[in-house]
Design a protein around this ligand. Sequence first.
Ligand SMILES: N[C@@H](CCC(=O)N[C@@H](CS)C(=O)NCC(=O)O)C(=O)O
Length: 228
Amino acid sequence: MLKFYYSGAPNPMKVALFLEETGLPYDPIPVDTRKGDQHKPDYLAINPNAKVPAIVDGETIVFDSNAILLYLAEMTGKFLPEKTSKARGELLSRLMFVASGVGPFAGQSVHFRNYAPEKISYATNRYMYEAQRHFSILDTRLAKHHYVLGDTYTIVDMAVWGWSRLIPTVLGDGAWAKFPNLKRLVDEISARPAAQRAIALKDKHQFKTEMDDEARRAMFRHLTEKVA
Ligand SMILES: N[C@@H](CCC(=O)N[C@@H](CS)C(=O)NCC(=O)O)C(=O)O
């Protein structure tokens, strides 16, 4: 059975949503990143980047949430747009836009707003600005299309859902007012039974919730290793 290495964080949740939407059988394996599980040799053999999610499907290993979404969608033939070159161009562009823009800038925004030991207004402003800019691009798109790729619910919407549902954590309370069309999509997806099951998945295992010294050492290794 397909093994799904996960936590309740935004990137694993995209994959949990896909798995629950398709009903593909899977074995959820917790990786408690606040306890340092991501740095254990057995896990590094699966994902050398020491992050969740990852999947093992027989002899195939896939890590990085958006790569996993594409792999699973192509494997099952589900949640993909129509099979035209134009639609594939849109799929790849928008999926990589989420992978390289939305996710990283939202993640850094959360980091500098909530976890940086010093408040650095330049960094906070840069990452919040970029996160907001990326979400605005999605919002503009969704003003004209029901889903990111048009009329069909695809893996791009699942990828978007992963980080967008945390917009208040990324940009602060009240930020939803800036993205009414994106909110419409996130609310629609969150109300789906599959999304409810994906969100509930983390309750199957006991994940550490405190962001204490052990968690900071595991997740923010630059605190103890200076390279600059
Ligand atoms: N590009 C990767 C990023 C994965 C990532 O940053 N995962 C976070 C959770 S959302 C994580 O594992 N954090 C633990 C750590 O940084 O040590 C993906 O999309 O899967």
